[in-house]
Design a protein around this ligand. Structure first.
Ligand code: NAD
Length: 357
């Protein structure tokens, strides 16, 4: 039965395919941009420079200093670079870190953004930016930070190393899983969530087996787009909040943390959201969703324990305290014993366990 719901379609133009990077110049023109500042990480500077050459007279310069967690000092340096080259729009080419820098600039100046994602993080589809100042991460939701145009070019994702593709892809699946049981879930977002999980769950093992499998890379990027829309349109719960806490407290890598925690977070919530669990299982083509997710991470060779990515065992209690310190909505109330067990299992790399509450 379909109940009442609110659905807000976020305004963003999407260009998807192979070779679509060639339309960057036309897309900047379409946004009315005359001087574009290209943003990249230091690792993707060369890619950014060749994009600059393709932009021709619209290329104002490059800022190749994007880094994890969008530190405010980096944003300030990028703002100075924008001013120095009189840029009137930004083109961010890269993963969630680069997209985050473009958003931080849009938040401060209102500039239009053309975003060209090269991972599956999904940030390009959300009006959310997380920024760090003095080691503290804060999140802002503001319509001004949603990129106006997004170009998805499968060709750019071919260089994404297999390991990063796997964890980045499961990070995307996490958006869709939580969208299915969000407080503001709705039938349209749920359609995208199920299709996004299905596409990524099929594509990621194929990419692991053959890194240059174009069909799989295309399906993964398509799935990542859908999962990104899920993240942008409904609110997230336990899984995302917990990963945010673990990542910030123990300086753990973003996509890997999501990959490890997801089966356990779903197992914790499972008794409260049977319909969502059934949908995830259908999308994964498995009998039980938490085990299916755990098995997917094994098949793609992703890390499966928080201990192996650097979290100390002594952090289990600290993380439990922090997870319960700022209560938020979750389909199953946050119970200390259950949350501690969840974190302990994820730390040790044990399989997920559904326990009735
Ligand atoms: P990332 O952007 O930090 O990229 C990781 C590394 O991979 C970088 O060195 C990058 O240059 C490189 N890389 C990216 N694409 C590549 C490619 N195709 N080929 C080769 N190398 C490539 O990682 P990420 O996982 O995409 O993003 C994580 C960040 O995004 C986190 O800070 C997270 O908080 C943020 N994020 C924000 C939102 C949001 O809605 N605000 C959503 C998801 C993620």
């Amino acid at each position: 039965m379909i109940g009442s719901f609110t659905f807000e379609n976020l305004p963003c133009r999407v260009v998807f395919g192979s070779g679509t990077l060639a339309s960057a110049k036309a897309e900047v023109e379409r946004l009315g941009g005359k001087r574009a500042l290209v943003l990249t990480t230091p690792q993707q500077e060369a890619q950014g420079k060749s994009l600059g050459a393709a932009l021709g007279p619209l290329y104002a310069g490059i800022f190749p200093g994007a880094t994890m967690h969008t530190p405010v000092e980096v944003t300030e340096r990028a703002l100075a670079a924008m001013k120095a080259c009189e840029a009137d729009c930004v083109v961010s080419l890269g993963g969630g870190s680069t997209t985050g820098l473009g958003k931080a600039l849009a938040l401060r100046t209102g500039v239009n953004q053309l975003c060209i994602p090269t991972t599956y993080a999904g940030s390009e589809m959300t009006p959310i930016v997380g920024q760090t100042e003095n080691g503290l991460k804060t999140t802002v939701r503001d319509a001004a930070v949603l990129p106006e145009t997004v170009i998805y070019d499968v060709d750019l994702t071919l260089t994404l190393p297999v390991g990063l593709a796997a964890t980045s892809g499961i990070n995307a699946i996490a958006h869709a899983v939580e969208a299915l049981y969000a407080r503001d879930t709705n039938p349209v977002t749920s359609l995208m969530a199920e299709e996004g999980i299905r596409a990524l769950a099929r594509a990621l093992p194929a990419i692991s087996a053959k890194s240059d499998d174009r069909e799989a890379r295309t399906e993964a990027l398509y799935g990542a787009w859908l999962c990104g829309v899920c993240l942008g349109t409904v609110g997230m719960a336990l899984h995302h909040k917990l990963c945010h806490t673990l990542g910030g407290t123990f300086d753990l890598p973003h996509a890997e943390t999501h990959t490890i925690v997801l089966p356990h977070a779903l197992a914790y919530n499972a008794p409260a959201v049977p319909k969502a669990v059934e949908t995830v299982a259908r999308a994964l083509a498995v009998d039980t969703a938490p085990e299916g997710l755990f098995d997917l991470s094994r098949r793609v060779g992703a890390p499966r324990s928080l201990s192996e990515i650097g979290m100390p065992e002594s952090g289990i209690d600290e993380a439990t305290d922090l997870a319960l310190a700022n209560p938020y909505w979750n389909p199953r109330p946050l119970e200390r014993e259950g949350i501690r067990k969840l974190i302990a299992r994820a730390w040790a790399g044990e399989g997920p366990r559904v326990e009735a509450h």
